[in-house]
Design a binder for this molecule. Structure first.
Ligand code: ADP
Ligand code: MG
Length: 565
């Protein structure tokens, strides 16, 4: 290149060198995010020009003039990212690209005291250098708003950079990456592939507010033929721009949400319910959450990862942020977007901040309320939900030493002997006769089997309702609850049922006398298997039943015995 020898190569400052090394080798775990970073910078540059037009009456912002274009050239191994943003002066090139960890965008926000309405993403001043993860050489050609001169910045990484004047017609910036050659272990070709670039843009930058254009290959029928195709190039806008979560709820239909659910691959089913949240308080955030209808195929495996997608200003930060969901709501799918998050430098993980905790708590309550509403107003839907995920709620009651029982107890349902369908604890308690002391339940493998249990006869005859527990977790959860609306739970196989007729079981000495020998004999035969053999008044049609004295029921014992120590 002419005159290059005369140019003095400037060195990055020493600390910058070390930092650059860090950016290239350690900060990011995922190489593909370089595109997210460069597109975010382009979007920031357009935001800035937009801001200028608002504050300078000599300028107009014509929406169609502002876009980002991604242009791969496989033959030359060049990937170009162009924008029509504010550009950089020579000084700004020096400042922003010559000093690592210096963010012109951060300074811009400060200087103009921009708080709301703008989505400027930049803040750390390192994203740009992520380009060196995929490129041997990075060239920036830029012309600043209001300047007649254009400049070129070029660098091959740690050995420094040059800046020289160059030609550029319009205001804006081109970032030109010379993509690395493949090595034995690493493939860089993919960053020149149309479909791969499109995928990366969709994944991270789908909701950038300005159009991201690409020339894409299309196929059409050749003129005059019926099955011969020819390829042609067409410019396409790759990103969807306006995130659905920033739209007004009233403008969105059920289908819009369902499409979003399937586009995002949250599940193959249709969601049972969506929750659209916009909070504009101390921590601002938008969220769209879904309650799926069906259990994800891997839900009860170790592979299942709970979590919500997390966006910061429309840019994807994390695929599955697990801190946003408690375990008992792990079935919830969806996303959260907030402009108030404290990100760490790679923007891959965020610090465990107050803001995040606030959002998580908020979300938890919204989900609970939504489920409560569903239970109240859309009972059929709720029962479908409960069939899929009720177990999860019961685990929620049981885990953390019952810390969440208040939150979850009203959402529980069990099959009722009386109603022959699922009922809530509230419904049970509300129709309890006054003299009934306890909430009765019976444990068994299926409802049919429970129906045949001798132990339920007396309670049933008394006219009391019995809840059927057919899942392992049921009795454990209820033990954690202990009471519901001050009513204790009582297993029908417990020795003290709190019902008059059997109150005196233990004292039925007179009757016992006559059968003493039989009972002694039975006890001997059964040995350790039983503690005592007694006469019972709870039986109606059955000759015998098991009952237990202690806290742990026979069924719980069975489960505990199957657990690994
Ligand atoms: P950050 O975006 O966090 O500020 P970067 O390393 O990504 O950090 O970018 C550093 C700075 O370089 C930006 O703050 C901005 O001032 C400037 N810059 C980068 N890319 C562009 C661009 N396409 N147009 C204008 N300025 C840019
Ligand atoms: Mg940036």
């Amino acid at each position: 290149m002419k005159g290059e020898s005369k140019l003095e190569k400037k060195q990055f400052r020493a600390e910058s060198k070390r930092l650059l090394d860090l950016v290239i080798n350690s900060i990011y775990t995922n190489r593909e995010i370089f595109l997210r970073e460069l597109i975010s910078n382009a979007s920031d540059a357009i935001d800035k020009i937009y801001y200028k037009t608002l504050t300078d009456e000599n300028l107009v912002f014509n929406k169609d003039d502002y876009y980002i274009k991604v242009i791969p050239d496989k033959k030359e191994r060049i990937l170009k990212i162009s924008d029509t943003g504010i550009g950089m002066t020579k000084e700004e090139l020096e400042e922003n690209l010559g000093i690592i960890a210096k963010s012109g965008s951060f300074a811009f926000k400060k200087e103009h005291e921009i708080k709301e309405g703008f989505d400027i993403i930049g803040q750390f001043g390192v994203g740009f250098y992520s380009a060196f993860m995929v490129a041997d050489k990075v060239t920036v050609i830029t012309k600043a708003l209001g300047s007649d001169e254009a400049f070129k910045w070029e660098s091959t990484g740690v050995d420094g950079y040059i800046i020289e004047p160059c030609e550029k017609d319009s205001v804006g910036t081109d970032i030109i990456l010379k993509i690395k050659e493949n090595t034995e272990e690493e493939n860089f070709d993919e960053y020149l592939e149309e479909y791969r670039l499109k995928y990366i843009i969709k994944k991270y930058s789908d909701f950038i507010r300005y159009p991201i254009k690409m020339n894409v290959t299309k196929r059409k029928l050749k003129d005059g033929t019926e099955n011969e195709y020819e390829e042609y190039m067409e410019e396409e806008i790759v990103n969807s721009m306006v995130p659905i979560w920033r739209k007004n709820k009233n403008e969105l239909t059920k289908e819009d949400y369902e499409n979003f659910y399937s586009e995002k691959h949250y599940g193959f089913d249709k969601p049972l319910k969506h929750i659209h949240i916009s909070v504009d308080g101390t921590v601002r955030y938008n969220a769209i959450l879904f309650i799926p209808e069906k259990i994800p195929y891997d839900f009860y495996t170790k592979e299942y990862e709970k979590g919500l997608e997390l966006y910061s200003n429309g840019v994807l930060i994390m695929n599955k942020c697990s801190d946003l969901l408690p375990d008992y709501f792990s079935f919830v799918k969806g996303m959260v977007d907030s402009e108030d998050l404290s990100l760490n430098i790679s923007r891959e993980m965020l610090q465990h901040t107050r803001q995040l905790k606030f959002i998580a708590k908020n979300i938890k309550n919204k989900i609970k309320n939504e489920l409560k509403n569903m239970l109240k107003n859309e009972r059929d839907k709720y029962e479908i939900f409960y069939k899929s995920f009720g177990r999860q709620l019961k685990y929620g009651v049981y885990s953390d030493f019952g810390a969440n029982k208040e939150l979850l107890q009203d959402l529980l349902m069990f099959y009722s002997s009386k109603e022959k369908k699922m009922v809530t604890l509230e419904e049970y308690v509300d129709r309890m006769p006054e003299e009934q002391k306890y909430i009765y339940y019976a444990v068994g493998e299926t409802n049919d089997r429970i129906e045949k249990l001798p132990q339920i006869e007396l309670v049933k005859e008394k006219g009391y309702e019995i809840l059927y527990f057919t899942e392992d977790i049921d009795e454990f959860a209820i033990k954690m609850l202990m009471t519901y609306k001050d009513k204790e739970f009582k297993s029908v196989s417990s020795s003290d049922l709190g019902i008059e007729t059997c109150e005196n079981e233990k004292d039925s000495n007179s009757e016992y006398e006559g059968y003493k020998e039989v009972f002694e004999y039975m006890k001997n035969v059964l040995g350790d298997k039983v503690k005592d053999v007694r006469i019972s008044k709870r039986l109606k049609n059955h000759p015998v039943c098991l009952s237990n004295d202690g806290e742990i029921s026979i069924e719980m014992e069975k489960i505990l015995n199957t657990m690994p120590n």
